[in-house]
Design a protein around this ligand. Structure first.
Ligand code: MG
Length: 363
């Protein structure tokens, strides 16, 4: 019998979140559900125990109704200890709830290692030189040969690790250090840099791409506005607002990437208050919506399709204007223009079209 104990009682203070970091979602699933899912899909695991804090237990029960839940203590050591007391397997794996990228291979190798050597500690050789330091100064260069990064899962025979815990109840960094002190040398098993522990806010960053497209008709007696800049021309774009086709396509790309509705939904052309409005004002509103939903823009790129006028003299001015409103460096706002070689409605100078693409991050 094999029991997995997943430590979920941490407060995650280093992330700066005001809730347990294990409740953060990656691609629509909480970290704890992802971590639990990997163990659940492992046929060799017979029992999974989650050690959780009192305040999180109701929500974790809701998320994972079939999990066996044990209330953790004030430290990680105490929490794991409580989990070990409830374990019924003769082999136990201890794993951090915040390592959702653990794989079946890593878990199976740790179990194999226990059967062969009495313990299995997920690890990989460091690629960086390690150093001991004190008060900002290196006191000893430890090199990198023979140095390993220690991760979880860490697997043992239950009787051995219980014995180690009974001999030393001090707060230890992990089970392998306790095992080394009281039982013997722990054996290294397969780990991986991708089996990382999500610790800082940046570790939770995900990116989202968005596309937008817009067309407006070119007519006489209208101003031609692109990216908030007036461009001298004998025709302008027709629309309810200022018909700034470029800004419209960009707004739709941004809203789409954030999983929000399109500009027609937020700024309907049946609403009198948007009649003749400058579209960059609407873009400012879109930026506010993104911020409210926890997104920032990484970059935007757009392509204007127009037979006339030549846009080259205005590209830099438009980039300056829109990059400021979007809150990115000018280098992160790409703008190209092309004709359609006289083909189609654009070639006949009946209209202008724009494709826009953007990348957002969730922090
Ligand atoms: Mg439009």
């Amino acid at each position: 019998m094999v029991t997995a104990i997943i430590a979920c009682a941490g407060s995650g203070v280093r992330t700066g979140f005001n809730e347990n970091k294990l409740f953060k979602k990656i691609n629509g699933k909480t970290i704890i559900e992802k971590t639990y899912g990997v163990f659940k899909n492992c046929k060799l695991i017979n029992e999974i125990i989650l050690t959780v804090s009192i305040k999180d237990q109701t929500y974790i029960k809701e998320l994972i109704p079939d999990a066996k839940i044990v209330i953790g203590g004030s430290t990680r050591t105490q929490s794991v200890r409580n989990g070990l007391d409830a374990a019924t397997g003769d082999i136990v794996l201890v794993h951090d709830g915040a390592r959702p990228f653990v794989t079946k291979e890593i878990i199976l190798d740790a179990i194999e290692s226990v059967k062969k050597y009495g313990s299995g500690i997920a690890s990989y050789p460091t690629a960086d030189t390690l150093a001991a330091a004190d008060d900002g100064f290196i006191t000893k260069n430890l090199g990198k040969t023979g140095k390993f990064v220690i991760q979880t899962p860490q697997a043992f025979y239950l009787k051995d690790i219980l014995k180690a815990y009974s001999l030393g109840d001090e707060d230890c960094p992990d089970e392998s250090s306790l095992y080394l002190k009281y039982i013997g040398k722990p054996h290294l098993s397969k780990g991986s840099p991708s089996n990382k522990k999500l610790t800082y806010a940046e570790d939770f960053t995900t990116n989202k791409v968005g596309n937008g497209y817009d067309t407006h008709e070119l007519v006489a007696d209208r101003k031609l506005i692109l990216g908030g800049i007036e461009i001298p021309h004998d025709k302008g774009l027709l629309g309810h607002s200022d018909a700034d086709v470029l800004t419209h396509a960009i707004m739709d790309a941004l809203l789409s990437a954030a999983g929000l509705r399109d500009i027609g939904y937020y700024f309907p052309d049946t609403d009198e208050k948007y009649k003749g409005i400058s579209s960059v004002i609407l873009l400012e509103k879109v930026m506010y919506l993104l911020k409210e939903n926890g997104y920032k823009v990484i970059n935007v790129t757009a392509c204007v399709l127009a037979q006339k006028p030549k846009l080259a003299p205005y590209i830099e001015k438009i980039r300056d204007n829109l990059s400021k409103i979007i809150g990115v460096n000018k280098n992160d706002f790409g703008l190209t223009a092309t004709t359609t070689e006289g083909l189609g409605f654009i070639g006949r100078e009946e209209g202008i079209a724009v494709y826009a693409t953007c990348l957002l991050s969730n922090i």
